[in-house]
Design a protein around this ligand. Structure first.
Ligand SMILES: Cc1cc2nc3c(=O)[nH]c(=O)nc-3n(C[C@H](O)[C@H](O)[C@H](O)COP(=O)(O)O)c2cc1C
Length: 186
């Protein structure tokens, strides 16, 4: 029998992405975000609170990068979600992670994570709690590609977030094939 619970967005898994931007003084800010999703084939949508430094940076720079946090950087990923550049000016430097400037947009690329989406703010959509990013470049470490040149998600060791108990998990085993397994019933 199902028990009724207080309402939370009961979608598991949620992603754990890191949004990287430049602060006004040129230093780097990174924040952790789980309320993020694919929006269209070349767009992602972030749900960001107004008070975050990241939001101010995106409004000013009209650009940001997004990567998926991974298992080996769990402490840094969580730190990016509990400390704000509004208060800690050297937020990024304290992690000793590395970054370089994108050649396409005014945003930093985090060197320590295998995948990066370089995004520009979609100016067609109103910027409120939701921020739409147009992905202008996607790059990934070659070590995370399979024989056919596609990303092998298992190699990313991407973190996922649980909205029930606030746990971090790692993406598990592959158990099937989309657009295919259902044919057994069709
Ligand atoms: C697991 C986790 C997920 C989070 N997801 C979001 C989110 O989707 N949107 C949001 O506005 N804040 C989210 N936060 C909170 C921000 O990451 C946090 O407030 C951060 O300090 C903002 O940094 P900034 O002010 O330097 O941009 C999340 C925090 C954690 C730990």
């Amino acid at each position: 029998m199902k028990k009724e619970l207080p309402i939370v967005p009961a979608i598991f898994p949620m992603p754990v992405v890191l949004i990287a931007t430049y602060n006004e003084d040129g230093s780097i800010d990174v924040m952790n975000a789980a309320w993020c999703t694919a929006y269209d084939y070349k767009q992602i949508k972030l749900n960001l609170s107004e008070e975050h430094m990241t939001m101010k940076n995106i409004r000013r720079n009209k650009a940001f990068t997004v990567t998926m946090a991974d298992k080996s950087h769990i402490n840094e990923a969580d730190y990016f979600g509990i400390v704000s550049s509004n208060k800690v000016k050297d937020k990024f430097e304290r992690t000793h992670l590395k970054a370089h400037k994108s050649e396409k947009i005014n945003a930093p690329i985090l060197d320590d994570f295998p995948l990066c989406m370089e995004c520009v703010l979609d100016e067609e959509e109103p910027v409120g709690y939701g921020v739409i990013g147009n992905i202008v470049r996607l790059s990934v470490e070659e070590s995370c590609l399979d024989e056919s040149g596609k990303v092998n998600p298992s190699k990313l060791e991407a973190l996922i977030y649980d909205p029930f108990r606030h746990g971090y998990y790692v993406v598990g085993e592959k158990v099937g094939n989309a657009f295919s397994d259902g044919r057994k019933i069709k």
